[in-house]
Write a protein that binds this ligand. Structure first.
Ligand code: PMP
Length: 397
């Protein structure tokens, strides 16, 4: 049977994180491994009401097939929010609603990538993008992430190479590192991109989850004029179960994305779109997002404080100003894969860094999620991690 699989299947693997999540199903394990929002913040009652109202008032329409582009009032709502929250002009016609923002990656791959094209990805980079683009058999080229964004010298050299089709970037509270591009880096990256033919893909599912520091303008629309697309998602500000995201793209690109989407799934769930719109319209979404920010700020502060208090010397961490993750770097030569075995025995889990590096480096790094555990579990989990780290450090001496 295996001989029948397409060549492309040889280069794509099961998501490593999904595999780890199986281990952490054991309720006695404190897991910082998943990338899950805090379910206590899901607006269950308001969603129940929105669903009931929409079905009662327009049931027949809501349950019918619909257009590929998506529900117009929801596209307008997203455009209005870009204006009010970020001060940027987006034409609702340029928005294509998708089945999670994850689908945008698949569609962009279909529309732009030939086998052997180069794709620039951050080092470390988002695993879901690596998996999605891998189906199109590109050659990944990585650009290192510094505390304020990509290494500009590296980026400039890569952009001078042949067949560099796209640069996929997560400039706000990146998954996995939690890092954010500074205003200066955004400007500098935009200048480099503007001189090249490479498409800039700006993935921004976490932008609204800033709980400290200053808001940053998206590169697309803010600094770049064309040859860019901007991705967004309802997963982190409302609920991921709806599978609702979007891409902002000018008409030529959008037309091609629409064709790819028609072939994939005709359109995104009409039920999801209509309920989400109703929820957004009937509730104070700003107050809801503020609640998420406040909770994640406390969880992130607890995690950072506990790491500083309990972890041994020599461990470096990022201190994100938003989002859901922080990133740990162990001293050179240490393996976070080995550490994971010890950690699971101590009933705590995280995601080792190596899968986030397409060049096979990052052995001494790992990702911690702070959004999905309360402060008590964060403190207990970090103490358990600290115990294994101390054992691990003394065994390496
Ligand atoms: N991009 C990034 C950077 C993410 O972290 C995620 C969620 N893990 C996604 C895209 C996909 O999100 P969704 O499909 O739920 O919108």
């Amino acid at each position: 049977m295996a001989t029948k699989f397409a060549d492309r299947m040889q280069t794509v693997h099961r998501s490593f994180i999904r595999e780890i999540l199986k281990v952490t199903e054991d309720p006695s394990i404190i897991s910082f491994a998943g990338g899950l929002p805090n379910p206590e913040l899901f607006p269950v009652e308001a969603m129940r009401k929105a669903a009931s109202d929409v079905l009662a008032e327009s049931g027949k329409e809501v349950l019918q097939y619909s257009t590929t582009e998506g529900y117009q009032p929801l596209r307008k709502f997203i455009a209005d929010r870009y204006k009010s929250e970020k001060g940027i002009e987006v034409d609702p016609e340029d928005i294509l609603l998708t089945t999670g923002s994850q689908q945008c990656l698949d569609l962009l791959g279909k529309v732009f990538l030939n086998s052997g094209d180069r794709v620039i990805i951050e080092r470390p980079g988002y695993l879901g993008a690596i998996q999605s683009f891998s189906f199109f058999q590109p050659e990944f080229v990585t650009v290192g992430l510094e505390n304020d964004g990509p290494d500009l010298n590296e980026l400039e050299k890569i952009l001078a190479m042949d067949k560099v089709k796209m640069f996929y970037a997560v400039p706000n509270f990146q998954n996995p590192s939690g890092l954010t591009y500074s205003a200066e880096k955004r400007k500098a990256v935009a200048e480099l991109m503007a001189e090249s033919d490479t498409l800039f893909i700006e993935d921004d599912p976490y932008g609204e989850l800033r709980f400290m520091g200053e808001h940053q303008t998206p590169l697309s629309k803010g600094y770049l004029k064309d040859n860019c697309v901007l991705l967004g998602s309802f997963s982190k500000i409302a609920a991921p179960g709806f599978r609702l995201g979007w891409v902002v793209a000018e008409s030529e690109v959008r037309d091609k994305l629409v064709i790819a989407k028609q072939a994939s799934d005709l359109h995104t769930s009409t039920v999801s779109q209509r309920i989400m719109y109703r929820f957004m319209k009937d509730n104070d979404i700003d107050a809801h997002i503020e609640k998420i920010r406040e909770r994640y700020r406390r969880q992130r502060e607890t995690m950072v404080e506990c790491i500083e208090k309990y972890f041994p010397e020599g461990v470096e961490i990022t201190k994100p100003e938003g989002g859901m993750f922080l990133w740990i770097t162990l001293p050179e030569g240490m393996s976070s894969m080995d550490l994971l075995d010890t950690a699971v025995a101590h009933k705590v889990a995280f995601v080792p860094g190596r899968p986030f590096y397409v060049d096979g480096s990052g052995e001494n790094t790992f990702r911690l999620n702070f959004s999905n555990s309360d402060e008590e579990h964060i403190e207990e989990g970090i103490k358990r991690m600290a115990d294994c780290l101390k054992d691990f450090f003394s065994a390496k001496k």
